[in-house]
Design a protein around this ligand. Structure first.
Ligand code: SAM
Ligand code: SF4
Length: 340
């Protein structure tokens, strides 16, 4: 079998970090408009700018050939992309020794009643479902028009299909901060992990972010008043730091890009649906792959070399600041573009 030790064949960045985790935003479109993620009147990309599912599959295959062992499909809403299961099945077929260790999906859950069983059958075992609140009215307000029943039905369909579910919730000041105790209890009751995320200054959302930002250090100390949080060395290869809730046995992950810089252990890069590879979520430098994929003179070896070249440009880290004077996003592109 091919030796895929990243130290010999894989992707090592200039700071010695092995890049083994690829997040792929398969579409910039979404059936919801979460207020912290998108403006209400988003303009989406024309189809010709979007990589076909075959092009995405080929590029993912090139990463896997270079030692990538975890791929997360995200978006936009990945499960609204037409024909999406074709890509999931093709990547699922690459799970195994020398290939992927894990294929996962981040979704808003709206399509899961239809798709959860197919995802499991394709080899997906864990999914992240974003749900910031358990309150139906707050859910509709946050997503601008979503119905919580659809997401809840999706979550329970995923559980019934055998998928491990992690609930992602963005912590928003004055919006859902009073709900975290309830969410910890609810997740514990149903066997879901909970992951809390600090809002990041990505993209113009048609509003002011400084009002929304809630440091998770504060959330954590408030949770400690109701729950016994035990430090855990559980890790999923992502940026979350976990604690175990003694009372429920469930886990809570904290993703804290604003209060704690997690860059030193960064193992990931992000590919957009247009074939742009961002070596860092919080920096603008990127490598373009769409033209290479569409150039008949570029073979798989050429593609692999272009990936290696891109990784040599991976920066040391990001420096997000919610700029109180200018109230501008630190990075102009939206999370739905880069993939969360
Ligand atoms: N549509 C899918 C979903 O909502 O799970 C996948 C894409 S979404 C961009 C991925 C994750 O990014 C979600 O958990 C969402 O809450 C999070 N997200 C979006 N905008 C964000 C922001 N500005 N700051 C922090 N997290 C954000
Ligand atoms: Fe859509 Fe996900 Fe962004 Fe919400 S967070 S608007 S569900 S892409």
């Amino acid at each position: 079998m091919q030796d895929l030790d990243p130290s010999t064949t894989g992707l090592i960045d200039p700071f010695g970090r092995a890049v083994t985790y690829l997040r792929v935003s398969v579409t910039d479109r979404c059936d919801l408009r979460c207020v912290y993620c998108m403006a209400e009147d988003m303009t989406f990309l024309p189809k010709k700018e979007i990589l076909s599912l075959e092009e995405l599959d080929r590029l993912c295959g090139a990463f896997i050939g270079l030692g990538t062992d975890k791929i997360r499909l995200t978006g936009g809403e990945p499960l609204v992309r037409k024909g999406m299961m074709t890509l999931v099945r093709s990547l699922g077929a690459r799970i195994g020794p020398g290939g992927l260790r894990e294929l996962t999906v981040t979704t808003n859950g709206t399509q899961l009643t239809k798709m959860a069983e197919d995802l499991y059958a394709a080899g997906v075992r864990r999914i992240n479902v974003s749900m910031d609140t358990l309150d139906p009215a707050a859910f509709t307000a946050l997503t601008r028009w979503g119905k919580i029943e659809q997401t809840l039905d999706g979550i329970f369909a995923a559980k019934a299909a055998g998928l491990a579910v992690k609930i992602n919730a963005v912590a928003l000041k004055g919006v859902n901060e009073h709900e975290f105790d309830r969410m910890v209890a609810w997740c514990g009751e149903h066997g879901f992990d909970l992951c809390l995320i600090e809002t990041m200054p990505l993209g113009d959302i048609g509003g002011d972010r400084t009002d929304q930002y809630l440091p998770l250090s504060l959330v954590r100390s408030r949770l400690r008043q109701s729950w016994t949080l035990e430090d855990s060395d559980y890790a999923t290869g992502g940026p979350a730091r976990y604690v175990t809730v003694k009372e429920t046995g469930g886990r809570i992950g904290f993703i804290t890009p604003m209060t704690h810089n997690f860059c030193e252990s960064c193992n990931r890069v992000r590919l957009t649906c247009t074939g742009t590879l961002f070596m860092c979520l919080g920096q603008d430098d990127a490598a373009e792959f769409r033209d290479l994929l569409r150039d008949p003179s570029v073979d798989d070896a050429g593609l692999a070399q272009a990936i290696r070249d891109a990784i040599t440009r991976k920066p040391k880290g990001h420096d997000f600041v919610i700029d109180r004077r200018h109230k501008r996003p630190a990075v102009a592109r939206h999370m739905s573009m880069t993939g969360g």
